[in-house]
Design a protein around this ligand. Structure first.
Ligand SMILES: Cc1cc2nc3c(=O)[nH]c(=O)nc-3n(C[C@H](O)[C@H](O)[C@H](O)COP(=O)(O)OP(=O)(O)OC[C@H]3O[C@@H](n4cnc5c(N)ncnc54)[C@H](O)[C@@H]3O)c2cc1C
Length: 592
């Protein structure tokens, strides 16, 4: 059942307590309650979805953040790489977490990314092949909203047919579609066509897949949690914030953390519950490290200086934050058909909304783009004389270009008139690293978020190369007579110095923070969780959310996270503790 008041919770004992009904947390809640013997409690800070149609209309996803009631309205500290600008940093704060407000891009990344996870953790289960069963388990490939023939736009053999989460390609054709396809032929050496960028080799230009079914958002709320709320072994406590986890005992010299403390406001009463088996932190890559640090788990020196008693010295908690910088390159176009019309003419916008409400067709059924592409810098790039290639391998991209039939920018508001094309360039293989730290010991205060955007020579170099690539793309003959001119300030970025200035002044982020509670091998002296996702040096406490990525995936991270959460659920069900046995083996060998 669902509760909004902690004092109303039935007095029963829970085997598992999951913190956060977000993207990963709901996968775990669904899979653990498949066993009717397992009693599960989920505690979520936000509320249930409230029926606002914007939560379901894919094209309007950008309206859901930042600074709405559906988000944690965070802001970064001033970013030196972005001319000291502060960037809004929303995370979802409702059932479904960020999967309820994100922009629905469905991108798995390259097989190299996962094979690197397997090699740094020593666990082949995190490799591309190891995760493949979970990709299929998670997905349900659905027909597009307009029912068009998708042959050649997606390879059905690579996708799940019976999983909870709907995915599909575009359901509303745009005038850009033919131009993009023509450009993949004309400029095929730089922008080749890829008939399914989720095959493990994303490189090239392909049709975007999205977490959309029947023209509507598919999220961990709609796909994983809401359908199983009738299970009697699942309780969900909403509008309640977990303020810390605490130690409940020892196993030998290993502390057991099965206690969870929670409250509805800083002045209201505080509650506590112990899980009999495990606590699973799925509060996301910003809030999970916050909870750990509030609990005394983190860099002992830093905690002490804040007045928090350290209980476990794990210096990497909150470090290694890795994010994807985003830049919107905007071009004025000669057209009346871009989606900009909805910003100009409320009659058109209302008609589109009515069509969507009526039968889930028309302009509103899709994410912002119909196509996107993933690219590598040439091997001969001069930057490789000073920086090592940060990617996981030859199939992993350095940058991404998203092709959008309208004005799409976080840095620059829509001018209210005109028709536009946006070529978004995202830096996919950043070498900069940032951090999440505590501003105060108040669990209801925002943490300090520093994603370190464009903080390295490699990152600014690659962003500049991505902009040049977008310009070459827009110079394809398909865009003759269509693209009129780059919008200033892109038009004024004509040499290296002005390109850099343009990038630093207009870059924001795709909001893909990862790595703040990174996985590492059993015997690694860095990282936060072991390959089974147990917090290192503890028992009874695991993490399953976007913090666990050892390296940021070369992709928008929701698809990688869903498949990893599906595997994590199996590890939790089996009670897998491989490092525990590994440690004992290596203790015994010399004593034999
Ligand atoms: C605007 C935006 C657009 C994006 N677009 C895309 C996209 O198109 N494609 C893509 O792949 N990725 C996208 N992402 C990123 C992606 O959605 C996230 O990486 C992913 O959803 C994170 O999942 P998670 O499980 O780690 O955390 P979340 O889904 O954020 O879940 C964490 C949950 O924990 C709750 N919580 C936090 N703290 C507490 C606490 N103390 N007590 C109780 N509950 C708590 C939160 O309210 C939330 O519900 C986007 C992100 C943003 C912000």
């Amino acid at each position: 059942a669902t509760y909004t008041d902690p004092s109303q919770l039935p007095s029963k004992s829970y085997d598992y307590i999951i913190v956060g009904a977000g993207t990963a947390g709901n996968v775990i809640a669904n899979r653990l309650t498949e066993n009717p013997q397992s009693q599960v409690l989920v505690i979520e800070a936000g509320a249930a979805r409230d029926g606002n149609p914007y939560l379901d209309m894919p094209l309007l996803a950008p309206e859901l953040s930042p600074n709405t009631s559906y988000t944690w309205n965070y802001t970064t500290v001033p970013q030196p790489g972005l001319n000291s600008r502060e960037i809004p940093y929303p995370r979802g704060r409702l059932v479904g977490g960020t999967s309820s407000i994100n922009w629905l891009f469905w991108t798995r990344g390259s097989s190299d990314d996962f094979n690197r996870y397997a090699s740094v953790t020593g666990d082949p289960g995190w490799s591309w092949l190891g995760l493949m069963p979970y990709m299929y388990k998670n997905e349900k490939l659905t027909p597009p909203a307009d029912g068009h023939d998708t042959t050649g736009q997606i390879n059905p053999a690579l996708h799940g047919k019976n999983g909870p989460l709907d995915i599909s390609v575009y359901g509303y054709a745009r005038e850009l579609d033919d131009k993009v396809m023509q450009t993949t032929k004309e400029l095929s050496s730089e922008f080749p066509y890829n008939s399914d960028t989720n095959s493990g080799n994303p490189l090239g230009v392909g049709y975007l897949q999205s977490s959309i079914g029947g023209g509507t958002r598919s999220s961990s709320a709609s796909a994983y949690l809401e359908p199983v709320l009738t299970r009697t072994n699942l309780d969900v406590l909403l509008q309640t914030t977990v303020t810390k986890v605490y130690q409940t005992g020892n196993n030998g010299d290993t502390p057991i953390f099965r206690g969870v403390q929670f409250a509805q406001s800083s002045s209201g009463p505080s509650y506590a519950l112990n899980a009999t088996k495990e606590v699973i932190l799925s509060a996301g890559s910003i809030n999970t490290p916050q909870i750990l640090m509030l609990s005394g788990i983190g860099d002992a020196n830093a905690l002490q200086s804040l007045g928090i008693k350290p209980v476990l010295d794990l210096p990497d908690v909150g470090r290694n934050l890795s994010d994807h910088p985003l830049l919107s390159n905007i071009f004025a176009v000669n057209s009346n058909n871009t989606f900009d019309v909805i910003f100009e003419d409320s009659t058109v916008a209302n008609a589109d909304a009515a069509q969507w409400a009526e039968n889930k067709t028309g302009l509103f059924v899709d994410a912002l783009a119909n196509q996107l592409g993933w690219f590598r810098l040439p091997k001969t790039s001069p930057i490789f004389q000073q920086a090592e290639d940060p990617t996981a391998g030859s199939k992993s991209p350095h940058y991404e270009i998203i092709i959008i039939d309208g004005w799409a920018s976080i840095a620059d508001p829509h001018p209210g008139t005109g028709h536009w094309m946006t070529l978004v360039t995202n830096l996919i293989s950043p070498t900069s690293r940032g951090s999440v730290t505590l501003a105060s010991t108040d669990p209801f205060a925002s943490p300090v978020i520093d994603p370190g955007l464009l903080n390295s020579d490699f990152d600014i170099y690659t962003m500049k190369e991505a902009i040049k690539a977008a310009q070459r793309f827009s110079n394809g003959s398909a865009f003759n007579g269509f693209v009129e001119s780059p919008f200033p300030p892109l038009a004024n970025a004509t040499d290296d110095a002005s390109l850099e200035q343009y990038a630093r002044e207009h870059t924001t982020t795709v909001w893909h923070p990862t790595g703040t509670t990174a996985m590492s091998a059993c015997d690694a002296d860095y990282g936060v969780v072991d390959p089974d996702l147990n917090v290192k040096g503890t028992m009874g406490l695991r993490i399953v959310d976007a913090g666990i990525f050892p390296y940021i995936p070369g992709a928008h991270p929701q698809a990688p996270l869903y498949m990893m959460a599906e595997r994590a659920a199996d590890l939790i069900k089996a009670g897998t503790q491989s490092c525990y046995w590994y440690d004992r083996l290596f203790w015994w060998l010399p004593h034999w």
